[in-house]
Design a protein around this ligand. Structure first.
Ligand SMILES: [Zn+2]
Ligand SMILES: [Zn+2]
Length: 453
């Protein structure tokens, strides 16, 4: 096939605790190792001054296909991923129809192959049709390629269904040998259930965070405890079942604290050699760089679920990212056509785009202010989401699939939604000045983007 040389970059691979200037060699779709070597390269990328990272993983995207192709397709979403430096995405199953059968999961994989951009992994629904009545065919979904389970877009409202989902999904353990390092702790678990935490009785009719700002604006709010209660429920259900739970888009200070305590308890059990459970948490950029004050404009690009919260919550999320409680960064990329987002505020759908602003927002708001180091940030975008999903990605060890993201850490630019590859434009970040950009991307050793000279 080909031999690719990423020359003289700062190679940062958190899976190996590696951060040094080196050549990275890729051959026939796999990582060969760090140079110098005697091989001759078919392609040489001069990465001087650049960061060379394992391909970024975004484990939380909504690609809308099948059913809402006017908002996004697997092709346009994958192009947006590559443009943002993301080489693997996991797709939420709240499509129409939902991804709740083996055929549906295989359809996502087939469309991703046709698109031929990034890796697209299907996530299966927890309940049939996401109707909250009976469990979906979990085993068949796993056979079809589903890497995790969720009813995201909505919570699993029944604690009984959640309990059974955790009991069932934990049985599907890793069957293949991985190239990347695997920890003894992660190897104890099967598939994860991904939690959209929201007690619906408490958020009914709400359009933003409940607090000072919602009172001032005179609109109905959604209290933070609606999220905290379900995070607590699912942590204790994980402990009861020895299951694997990952909390999506954590937005509250209370939620961060519950996950911190839960994780501590899980690690104590693990270290004592006792039956244990998995609990991890994820943060999205909008929950650490925006607050509910933004809603004063009634711009629907600030409307999402969970909603933008207060500065106190933002500070807690940054603290959770710093101390490792929130081990994953993801986007919740949620495209909506202009027609839908331009409806009046109450009627507009929740969610914003994320893929093409993900990396610069994290660099600008986590690295630049000194909250995280590069290796800490990239860990949350590579090996950590790979561990939640149980996939052989997120590492540049020898023999790993050669997914590589090259980042210019110093490039200063402004977000322009009109330059997005996504089919939609619903981003609140148009015009924001940012630092850092993905300038080259390889997927399975094939170059998909190259803005290096
Ligand atoms: Zn959600
Ligand atoms: Zn989502």
């Amino acid at each position: 096939m080909s031999t690719l040389l990423f020359r003289n970059g700062r190679v940062i691979d958190p899976s190996q605790n590696l951060d040094r200037i080196a050549d990275l060699w890729v051959k026939d779709g796999k990582v060969l190792g760090l140079g110098p070597r005697s091989d001759s390269a078919t392609d040489i990328l001069d990465c001087t001054g650049m960061i060379v990272s394992p391909g970024l993983i975004d484990m939380h995207v909504h690609f809308r296909e099948p059913g809402r192709e006017e908002d996004e397709t697997i092709l346009t979403g994958s192009r947006a991923a590559i443009n943002g430096g993301v080489t693997t995405v996991a797709c939420m199953p709240n499509t129409e129809p939902a991804i709740d059968t083996r055929d549906a999961a295989e359809f996502v994989i087939l469309q991703a192959k046709r698109a031929n951009q990034c890796h697209v992994l299907p996530i299966g629904a927890v309940t049939k049709g996401r109707a909250q009545k009976e469990l979906a065919e979990i085993g068949k979904l796993v056979d079809g390629g589903a890497v995790a389970f969720t009813d995201d877009g909505a919570p699993v409202q029944s604690a009984e269904i959640m309990r059974r989902a955790l009991e069932y999904t934990k049985m599907f353990k890793r069957k293949t040998k991985f190239a990347r390092p695997v920890t003894a702790y992660e190897d104890r678990f099967g598939k994860a259930v991904l939690v959209h935490a929201e007690i619906m009785e408490l958020t009914e009719g709400g359009v933003m965070n409940e607090g000072e700002v919602s009172v001032r604006l005179g609109v109905r709010g959604m209290p933070g405890v609606a999220e905290d209660i379900m995070i607590y429920r699912d942590i204790v259900l994980a402990e009861l079942t020895n299951g694997k739970v990952h909390i999506l888009h954590v937005s509250t200070a209370g939620g961060v604290d519950l996950i911190r305590q839960g994780h501590k308890r899980a690690m104590e059990l693990h270290e004592a050699g006792k039956p244990t459970f998995w609990i991890s948490g994820e943060a999205c950029p909008h929950h650490f760089n925006l607050t509910d004050e933004a809603l004063a404009t009634y711009d629907t690009n600030f409307k999402m679920a969970p909603p933008l919260r207060t500065q106190r919550d933002v500070d807690a999320i940054i603290e959770g990212l710093k101390d490792g409680t929130l081990s994953v960064l993801a986007t919740d990329h949620a495209p909506h056509s202009a027609e839908k987002k331009s409806r009046e505020f109450d009627a507009a759908p929740n969610g914003i785009l994320g893929l093409e602003t993900f990396l610069p927002m994290c660099i600008t708001h986590l690295i630049e202010p000194g909250h995280l180091t590069w290796i800490q940030m990239l860990e949350k975008m590579t090996i950590n989401p790979a561990r939640v999903l149980g996939i052989d990605r997120g590492s540049l060890v020898e023999g790993a699939i050669a997914d590589v993201t090259v980042i210019d850490p110093d490039l200063e630019w402004a977000i322009d939604v009109n330059a997005f590859h996504s089919k939609s434009r619903n981003s609140p970040y148009h015009g924001w000045k940012v630092k850092g950009k993905a300038v080259a991307v390889a997927v399975g050793g094939g170059l998909k983007k190259n803005e290096l000279q």
